[in-house]
Design a protein around this ligand. Structure first.
Ligand code: G3H
Ligand code: 13P
Ligand code: ZN
Length: 322
């Protein structure tokens, strides 16, 4: 089937108490690993592309890869989404260029500027049959070249969400409840350690999520920065020459809880990177004589597929929902 918007997926996800996985794509093997997992489990899917991905792989290559995936997986709905669109021009370029959904991220601007800029994108997008995700509140962590410290991050203020959604007309809203971008989501100071010495992050602010949902009944909420940073991949990297001490993510059971509530879209990028990098590091450690990219990208793609299957079943709960 052709690429779809997220409207129908979110409606069903909200009512069904599950979330759709939004996975960042940068090359063919990542697209294939994710879509093969969703196809095998009959799960709806969002493939998303950042400004950095467009700069790396080129807009046309990414659109055509995702369109190819939709042809290869005709039985599942797939949306193509712009992740963290920084301005109107980037959103317009994606709306004109085959995307079915865009995010305009003006969360670092004032409330008024965020409303004004988001509204402009919504008007253009809706005129072209494309849906829009906006953001209120600021996540910590690294996205594109921007690093936001924990001190500069801020939770979403529930008292602002009704006015924001009414004035902008956005179709979904990303909120800040304590998730964070990247593989180092929390400093050791912010965490406690469990009996195995693994860092345990502070819990997500479900009180903020519940207050937002109360004020926006039936409205799809989005969580960014939701990789769980699986410790087996961190270990795989560190055991094979990497150096990622104290990488820590969001516990999966908290994401599952959010998916049962109003969260309809959960963004995952870092976990894909960890799966791919860990697998390739291990391959080279075990086969220092090999140099055919197909030989090391094949197991990397297979491990991405397995990891995404796990997310679909155990975190998102969207298997069989296509
Ligand atoms: O939130 C950011 C995403 O993980 C995209 O990362 O800008 O490095 O492509 P990127
Ligand atoms: P992670 O860094 O936790 O994978 O978050 C990705 C994300 O939010 C993309 O927008
Ligand atoms: Zn994000």
């Amino acid at each position: 089937m052709p690429l779809v918007t997220t409207a129908e997926m979110f409606k069903k996800a909200y009512e069904g108490g599950y979330a759709i996985g939004a996975f960042n794509v940068n090359n063919m093997e990542i697209v294939q690993g994710i879509t093969e997992a969703a196809r095998d489990l009959n799960a709806p899917l969002i493939l998303q592309v950042s400004k950095g991905a467009r700069a790396y792989a080129n807009h046309t290559y990414l659109v055509k890869l995702v369109e190819a995936a939709a042809i290869e997986c005709p039985n599942i709905p797939i949306a193509l989404h712009l992740d963290h669109g920084p301005d109107f021009e980037t959103c317009k370029s994606c709306i004109d260029g085959g995307f079915t959904s865009v995010m305009i991220d003006l969360s670092s601007k004032s409330f008024e500027e965020n409303i004004e800029g988001t509204k402009k994108v919504v008007e253009y997008a809706h005129d072209h049959g494309v849906v829009v995700e906006a953001e209120l509140g600021t996540l910590a962590g690294v996205e594109d070249d921007v690093r936001v410290s924990a001190a500069d991050s801020s939770y979403t203020r529930p008292e602002e969400v009704e006015e924001f959604v009414a004035k902008t007309g956005c179709d979904s809203l990303a909120i800040a409840i304590g998730t964070s971008h990247g593989a180092y989501k929390f400093t050791a100071d912010q965490c406690t350690r469990n009996e195995k010495g693994i860092l345990v992050p502070p819990p997500l602010r479900f009180d903020v999520l519940e207050e937002v949902s109360k004020r926006l009944p039936g409205f799809p909420i989005v969580l960014h920065g939701s990789s769980s940073v699986p410790q087996e991949f961190v270990k795989l990297i560190n055991d094979n020459g990497g150096k990622m001490p104290d990488a820590v993510g969001i516990p999966e059971e908290q994401l599952r809880k959010a998916a049962r509530l109003s969260v309809c879209k959960i963004n995952i990028d870092s976990d894909l990177r960890l799966a791919m990098t860990g697998t390739i590091r291990q391959f080279f450690n075990e086969h220092p004589d090999k140099f055919d990219p197909r030989e090391y990208l094949k197991p990397a793609r297979a491990n991405i597929k397995e990891m995404v299957k796990h997310k679909i079943v155990d975190v998102l709960g969207c298997d069989g929902k296509a």
